[in-house]
Design a protein around this ligand. Structure first.
Ligand code: CAA
Length: 266
């Protein structure tokens, strides 16, 4: 196994083997929740990956076996107001769009919980392989919010508007088999190790093809996402508005205080 020297990050682990870079989000004590630092590190890591000649494909996963990413960091969210909320949403969207627009194929190995921003991060990858304990979901409404990292735009494209609305409005959790049946995940594997092996095999097959063709194929498929920009702008605007509501304060406080929320509709 050849491991080249790679940049180091506070919240990410990077390693390469046979031109495939595995990027692991590494905050297992907080179920790999996406705080500002993780987003900053992801942006730097993907800038590096996109420029590194010896890296031709990427696997994105979460540290441990319990969670891929349990969402945006609710502690950070709880302090948002309409202005900072809109900025946070737009910033996360920008980083996730960078992953979606990466010139190299990106496979998410979704190991355990992928909730809120975790599902949205997986959706921004080109392909998703779920482990048998994977759980997808967009529970933002339970916090008095909506998905703010592109979920309202990317999920309907994969599963259709009806299924996406059902998931977003209910906030319910979706297990691996349903995720595959609905088109949200491409396939599922057993353990995280199995899923990583499957991802490496899948990418190994793709890497037999010319890198320019892979790059242009990603570009062409992404070009069909008409209205992405205005949809994302609308999402960030609405996310910001919700950060000024009492229900948002109540939803995030209830989570942090480990109690059930009591929403008043204001
Ligand atoms: N943000 C911050 N901390 C989180 C977190 C999150 N999204 N998810 C989990 N954690 C923390 C918990 O607070 C806990 O920390 P402490 O040990 O310091 O108390 C630790 O991770 C372990 O979590 P739990 O004790 O809750 O683990 P569990 O097994 O009982 O439950 C879970 C697991 C069902 C995933 C639960 O943690 C959970 O519901 N997490 C929140 C999921 C969520 O609502 N995500 C959406 C966030 S909003 C969003 O993402 C907005 C957006 O689109 C931009």
């Amino acid at each position: 196994m050849t491991i080249s020297a790679l940049p180091e990050f506070e919240t990410l682990l990077l390693e390469t083997d046979q031109h495939i870079c595995t990027c692991t989000i590494n905050r297992p004590d907080k179920l790999n929740a996406l705080n500002g630092r993780v987003l900053e590190d992801l942006e730097k890591a993907f800038t590096y990956i996109n420029e590194a000649d010896d890296i031709r494909a990427v696997i994105l996963t979460g540290a441990g076996t319990k969670a891929f990413v349990a969402g945006a960091d609710i502690k950070e969210l709880s302090a948002l107001n309409p202005e900072t909320g809109k900025k946070l949403s737009a910033n996360g969207q920008r980083v996730f769009s960078m992953i979606e627009d990466s010139s190299k194929p990106v496979v998410a190995v979704v190991n355990g919980y992928a909730l809120g921003g975790g599902t949205e991060l997986a959706l921004s990858c080109h392909i998703r392989i779920a482990t048998e304990n994977a759980v997808f979901g967009l529970p933002e409404v339970s916090l008095g919010l909506i998905p703010g990292y592109g979920g309202t735009q990317r999920l309907p494209r994969l599963v259709g508007k009806g299924k996406a609305l059902e998931m977003i409005l209910s906030g319910r959790m979706v297990k691996a088999r349903e995720a595959v049946d609905s088109g949200m995940a491409n396939t599922f594997s057993g353990s995280k190790e199995d899923a990583l092996k499957q991802a490496r095999e899948m990418l190994g097959g793709m890497l037999k093809h010319g890198p320019v063709a892979l790059q242009k194929a990603i570009q062409a498929v992404n070009a069909s996402d008409d209205g992405k920009t205005s949809g994302l702008e609308a999402e960030a605007g609405l996310f910001g508005e919700l950060c000024g509501t009492g229900d948002f304060k109540e939803g995030t406080s209830a989570f942090l205080e480990k109690r059930k929320p009591s929403f008043s509709g204001n």
